[in-house]
Write a protein that binds this ligand. Structure first.
Ligand code: NAD
Ligand code: 6OD
Length: 480
């Protein structure tokens, strides 16, 4: 029987709403039917969140919230397989990736937020005449809107600090990946969260649950991860109420490889940074600048790695690479394969649709594509594609590499590959991005600032940065 995913409002799943399909991108089969939240359901969710803040949830002390978050992390581990199944059915990603990255990080996100609040003090300044100290209040009702690429990881990355600091949340998962948020609603309830602290509304963006949430008059802040142009639309929607926003948006991330790099580990790192999750991670490298003397060697190494990718079902141990999220996204990625051709790029490998056999023919499969021979101004070098792709370009000097890497409207992430640590330190620090890795990629410490500049976002989350977004300080000045 087809499963039905419902909205979660005020501690219960509620029936009703126009239904849409949740599709498995591996073969196009139906995962579930989903009930979209109309304006009235979104309003009920926001009111439930407000009532929770005014009621039982608002009376939770910091210690109560820390204990709750730790129970949620424990429950995530207890229901690991349910979350794994939900995430894999929605995204088609290989099981080991979902196991090691997505679901594991969900528990880690709750523990990190619990640790943050457990160890929290207040800013204070004591002089002969006054004691100033800043108490922190939750923002209130926070709308959390997330994309489909790392659905549970990105949802919990925001929900955990929001709850830890005492907010009530209304979350809007991506229409492509609604299933894991539904399991999370059960888990948060089982862990003892009061009704209304956590609500889920399903649906789309414009004219649907996303818009109803961002335009709701009783929402106090929006935290969003997704495309840059969606961030711009949300900014417009919240402008009349001057709401605080935290935006983690798109990227067109550069890697710089110097001649002294350790070639084998660099090619390993580049392959991971280009092909992980079929290139659907905002941090993925899509531009690779290689110092001329080793260009051919690095290109050949990466081509070999692309040709070794194996497409298949998530539970097949030979599978390294899943499909893209949807046919719509595949059309977008393939349109860039055509643009690359029009721009005169030299295709080093791939660039088509793989033969995955009849059973999987309904899936959103693409081959990777590696290009060279294009200018930095080419669209395939400037625009986010969000697929298993990269353009490789040679450079001669450090200065030139920095200039080329920074020539982008995005500013999310970069990776520098060199055995000269002084140079690595210098170049990594010169990248105009939120996160710069040296001889690694996507190595995370959850206390460090995460986010981007330019088209890549506004603000940072992680550790104290999350605390600052999800709370408002009130400074109390006591005359002594
Ligand atoms: P998207 O912007 O299309 O959708 C993201 C979410 O916003 C979805 O839940 C969607 O329903 C909702 N939405 C869409 N339009 C809306 C509107 N007008 N008002 C309110 N909500 C709306 O993004 P996507 O295609 O789901 O995800 C891929 C994008 O996300 C890529 O650009 C990628 O780089 C970016 N991303 C960024 C980060 C980061 O941390 N910087 C992380 C993951 C993904
Ligand atoms: O690791 C994280 O905390 C994070 N926010 C990752 C985002 C990945 C983008 O797709």
């Amino acid at each position: 029987m087809t499963r039905l995913l419902q909205n979660f409002v005020g501690g219960s799943f509620v029936d009703g709403g126009e239904e849409f399909d949740d599709v498995n991108p591996v073969d196009g089969s139906l995962v579930a039917r989903v009930q979209a939240a109309d304006r009235e359901v979104v309003d009920r969710a926001v009111r439930a969140a407000r009532a929770a803040l005014d009621g039982a949830w608002g009376r939770f002390t910091a210690a109560d919230r820390v204990a709750l978050l730790r129970r949620i992390a424990d429950r995530i581990e207890a229901r690991f397989d349910d979350l794994l199944a939900a995430e894999v059915a929605d995204t088609g990603k290989p099981l080991p990736l979902a196991r090691e990255l997505d679901v594991t990080r969900a528990a880690a996100n709750f523990r990190a937020a619990a640790d943050l609040v457990a160890g929290l003090g207040v800013d204070s300044f004591l002089t002969e005449t006054a004691l100033n100290y800043a108490v922190r209040r939750p923002l209130g009702v926070v709308g959390v809107i997330v994309p489909w690429n790392l659905p549970l990881l990105l949802l919990t990355w925001k929900v955990a600090p929001a709850l830890a600091t005492g907010n009530a949340v209304v979350v809007k998962p991506s229409e492509e990946t609604p299933a894991s948020a539904t399991v999370l609603a059960e888990i948060i309830t089982e862990a003892g969260a009061p009704a209304g602290a956590f609500n889920v509304v399903h649906g789309f963006g414009p004219g649907s649950a996303g818009e109803f949430l961002t335009t709701h008059p009783d929402v106090d802040g929006i935290t969003f991860t997704g495309e840059s142009r969606t961030g711009a639309a949300i900014m417009k929607a919240v402008a009349p109420r001057v709401l605080p926003v935290s935006f983690e948006l798109g990227g067109k991330n550069a890697a710089i490889v110097f001649e002294d790099a350790d070639i084998d580990s660099t090619v390993d790192g580049l392959a991971r940074s280009v092909f992980t999750n079929t290139g659907q991670v905002c941090l993925c490298t899509e531009r690779i600048y290689v110092q001329r003397g080793i260009f051919d060697q690095v290109a050949a190494g990466l081509v070999k790695r692309a040709q070794e990718l194996r497409f298949g079902r998530p539970d097949d141990p030979r599978t390294t690479t899943g499909p893209l999220i949807s046919q719509g996204h595949r059309e977008k990625v393939l349109s860039y394969y055509a643009i690359a051709e029009q721009e005169g790029a030299q295709l080093l490998t791939g660039g088509g649709i793989p033969d995955v056999g009849r059973e999987l023919a309904g899936g959103a499969w693409v081959e990777p594509a590696l290009w060279t021979g294009v200018a930095n101004s080419a669209r395939i070098v400037q625009e986010e594609i969000f697929g298993p792709v990269a353009a490789l370009m040679p450079f001669d000097t450090e200065r030139e590499a920095i200039r080329l890497a920074n020539d982008s409207p995005y500013g999310l992430a970069a990776a520098v590959w060199t055995t000269d640590l002084q140079r690595g330190h210098r170049v990594a620090g010169a990248m105009r991005v939120g996160m710069s890795w040296l001889n690694t990629w996507y190595l995370r410490d959850l206390r460090s600032p995460f986010g981007g500049s330019g088209l890549s976002g506004i603000g940072r989350e992680g550790g104290l940065h999350s605390l600052h977004f999800y709370t408002e300080p009130t400074n109390v000045c006591v005359k002594l």
